[in-house]
Design a protein around this ligand. Structure first.
Ligand code: XIL
Length: 359
């Protein structure tokens, strides 16, 4: 009897452990899963931690197939004076990325921020400013022709009500008018006809007045024959996060225009001081993971979404607390480079979401 009990116990243990072994998902790299799905999974690279932090190097090379210079291609950095271009840092990042086998996304080419004073304080006529813009875009895009595969051409050009911002804070809209957008795309296409060109913005991920306005403007660009390839949703998101069904519908309407979509600057911030020695509670970390899972699922399942860029890799180096005091903890790895629930959520999305176009 005792032998029988022992046998039953042993069988049960074997069955259970076999069951647990099977239930444990494999732990492949996000990069290999993304590459299998033909997805560009990228991360923003930023000074000063790049390229000196060895853990960042390992995480980037294991889990990402694409990188984006976080600021080093912005106007202020590459074109500080009217007659001075400085590509020292941008070249270093691009060469490093190529050496390590990454695809590279660049931009923004035209934005009302990160501009040097010679642009913002200049007393421009419309035609002068168009000539300056043309020279800048031709020089920057031309320098990396065939090496940078996607550009954010125009960034944050729309008001919350969906119209193009032509107020005093944007030298482009104020001096040139809304046509600066078409012109910027035209110049970028002249400089690299093979690069994919994106209009990029925030707060326009779900369905709202802003995303409606951008959609109608993009439709107009397509009708006017402007060389636009896609719309970039920045996806800097607080909790609660944008409704995934609405994001999917938004993606689909751009798809109907034969335009792509991308998440270009994804992070999911938590209201918990970055300086706190205690991490956010499991409630917040799981909610954050849920946001990453649901939103990644939407892109992976959409036939016209093939790019997700994370605006940072680890909570150790993050732009979030600077921009949103009181918030942080927004990325897939914690400050010790331990994967968070959000990492496993993205991994599971890449593992289990039905094949693109089928979901
Ligand atoms: C931010 C960078 O992350 C910061 O390091 C920099 O100081 C300012 O710019 N939307 C954008 C990005 O399009 O270019 C911004 O990047 C974040 C908001």
């Amino acid at each position: 009897m005792r032998r029988l009990t022992t046998l039953v116990a042993l069988t049960l243990t074997a069955t259970l452990s076999a069951g647990f072994t099977l239930a444990e998902p494999p732990d492949p790299s996000l990069a290999s899963l993304s590459t299998e799905r033909r997805l560009q999974l990228g991360a923003a690279l930023s000074k000063p931690e790049w390229p000196v932090d060895p853990l960042l190097y390992d995480t980037l090379t294991t889990h990402f197939n694409t990188v984006v210079p976080e600021s080093e291609l912005k106007w202020m950095w590459v074109h500080p004076e009217r007659d001075v271009y400085d590509f020292t840092l941008a070249d270093a990042m691009v060469e490093w990325a190529e050496m390590n086998g990454f695809d590279i996304r660049g931009g923004p080419l035209i934005w009302h921020q990160s501009l040097p004073p010679w642009i913002t304080e200049g007393d421009w006529t419309r035609s002068e400013l168009i000539a300056v813009m043309r020279d800048h875009i031709h020089t920057v895009v031309g320098r990396y022709r065939g090496r940078i595969s996607q550009w954010d051409v125009v960034n944050e050009a729309f008001e919350p009500n969906g119209t193009v911002y032509v107020g005093e804070h944007s030298v482009w809209g104020r001096v040139i008018g809304p046509e600066f957008i078409d012109l910027a795309f035209k110049f970028a296409h002249e400089a690299d006809p093979d690069a994919e060109l994106y209009l990029n913005d925030y707060g326009a991920e779900a369905l709202n007045a802003k995303s409606d306005g951008i959609y109608h403007f993009a439709k107009g660009m397509v009708e006017r024959g402007v060389p636009i390839d896609g719309f970039g949703m920045q996806m800097h998101t607080p909790l609660p996060f944008p409704d995934p069904h609405e994001v999917a519908k938004n993606m689909a309407r751009f798809g109907a225009l034969k335009l792509k979509v991308a998440y270009t600057e994804m992070d999911v911030r938590i209201e918990h001081p970055d300086t706190s020695l205690v991490p956010p509670s499991p409630y917040w970390l799981n909610w954050q993971a849920h946001a990453y899972r649901m939103l990644t699922d939407v892109c992976v399942a959409a036939p016209n979404c093939d790019t997700i860029i994370m605006w940072g890799v680890t909570d150790l180096h993050s732009w979030v607390p600077h921009q949103h005091p009181g918030y942080g903890w927004a990325h897939l790895w914690d400050k010790q480079y331990q994967p968070k629930p959000a990492f496993y959520a993205v991994r599971d999305s890449l593992l289990y979401t039905p094949t693109r176009g089928a979901g």
